[in-house]
Design a protein around this ligand. Structure first.
Ligand SMILES: Cc1cc2nc3c(=O)[nH]c(=O)nc-3n(C[C@H](O)[C@H](O)[C@H](O)COP(=O)(O)OP(=O)(O)OC[C@H]3O[C@@H](n4cnc5c(N)ncnc54)[C@H](O)[C@@H]3O)c2cc1C
Length: 341
């Protein structure tokens, strides 16, 4: 059975594991249903118009509906002015087809891509088994920051990007929370996020944009396109008179949750915005790495990817948006004809 509510109020409070499964674009869920990993009734968000908007408050901060598509987020001119790193990350992930259908909420809450997790023939730790099968098996694309019992890497590029923006999410049927709290610290092997079953992520709340921010997103990838990254990084910098006065750095593809890198940020702030300082800060990104036997190669990629992203951010055009300035009229709601898969 599939229900198509038109308003959030029509969605009842979650009923634990028996709650219907939420469907947004369906690009991840559809595959897991095909594999019979997910069964039971669906609640499709296609017709909930209040989840399709981008709204701006007087401080210039945006609130994005969970059903805004990845392509819409990447192309929205006001968002690009205010949050250039987020839009660059959105425009670089997956394929044009996936970005046209996949949504912000679905991207944040998608399941990991570990081949043991997705195999119908075995039952890994995340699916009720007793052990992480990748550890003794093939874990070439898995964690090099081994934070918990499950060695998979978190799949969400936008989750990583939103960590660097210190964004929060609004939730229908459970508590609102920061993106950091949405994912936890990677020690929980039972899921890829901590949203309660049946709860609906309704909006992403961005903080006000920073004046003159320079941002870049860069991924190291094993083929040119249509692939998850080996390592991906988002950097936000404010550079004043050649000195870094603000830095946010987040990294994905390396751990069961996206990581923010506060030690790298601390090393950057107050220092010169030059290649030598960036190289020193990038080397710190490897601290705490605990590679598995097959993921040692990723540790070198961590340093190189952070360095490349820092260099790109330092050469990026400073953003035009400033906190306290409304950056645009609210974007019109997206058309509903890009509905569920
Ligand atoms: C070739 C390829 C490459 C890719 N590369 C990348 C990449 O580099 N980076 C990346 O991030 N992704 C990548 N993806 C994954 C893609 O981005 C996701 O499939 C997509 O973002 C999921 O969005 P969706 O709206 O279709 O989610 P759905 O499939 O509809 O849902 C995904 C999950 O989220 C839950 N859900 C969705 N919306 C809500 C909500 N509002 N509230 C509560 N629960 C919800 C669903 O129940 C489901 O469990 C790639 C995919 C492919 C096929």
């Amino acid at each position: 059975m599939i229900r198509f509510p038109t308003e959030l109020v029509q969605i009842e409070a979650p009923k634990g594991e028996d709650a219907p499964v939420i469907r947004a674009g369906g690009t991840d869920l559809g595959e897991r249903r095909r594999l019979r990993m997910v069964t039971g009734p669906l609640l499709d968000l296609r017709d909930v118009a209040e989840l399709r908007t981008v709204e701006w408050d007087p401080t210039g901060a945006a609130t994005l509906g969970a059903r805004v598509t990845i392509a819409e987020a990447a192309a929205d001119e006001a968002l690009v002015r205010a949050y250039p790193g987020l839009c660059a990350a959105a425009g670089a992930l997956a394929t044009p087809q996936i970005r046209a259908v996949g949504t912000l909420g679905g991207n944040l809450l998608q399941a990991n891509r570990c081949w043991y997790f997705r195999s119908p023939d075995v039952r890994c730790l995340k699916r009720g088994g007793t052990t992480c099968l990748s550890r003794a098996g093939d874990h070439l694309y898995h964690s090099c920051f081994d934070l918990g019992p499950c060695a998979c890497v978190h799949p969400s590029t936008l989750g990583m990007a939103l960590l660097a923006y210190e964004a929060s999410v609004m939730v229908h049927g459970a508590a609102d929370r920061t993106v950091e709290a949405l994912y936890g610290d990677g020690s929980d092997a039972t899921g890829d996020h901590r949203l309660e079953p049946g709860a609906v992520l309704t909006h992403v709340v961005m903080p006000p944009p920073r004046a003159n921010e320079q941002a870049a997103y860069f991924r190291t990838i094993s083929r040119a396109r249509s692939e998850w990254p080996l390592v991906e990084v988002l950097v936000r910098l404010v550079i004043e008179g050649g000195t870094v006065s603000f830095a946010r750095v987040a990294m994905g593809g390396v751990a069961p949750v996206p990581l923010r890198l506060p030690a790298v940020e601390a090393a950057l702030v107050g220092g010169p915005a030059d290649s030598a300082a960036f190289a020193k800060a990038a080397a710190i990104a490897k601290d705490g790495a605990k590679p598995l036997p097959m993921t040692g190669y990723k540790v070198a990629l961590v340093e190189g990817t952070v360095l490349e992203t820092l260099e790109r951010a330092s050469h990026a055009t400073p953003s035009e948006a400033t906190a306290g300035t409304a950056v645009a009229e609210p974007a019109p709601p997206a058309t509903a004809d890009q509905g569920g898969a």
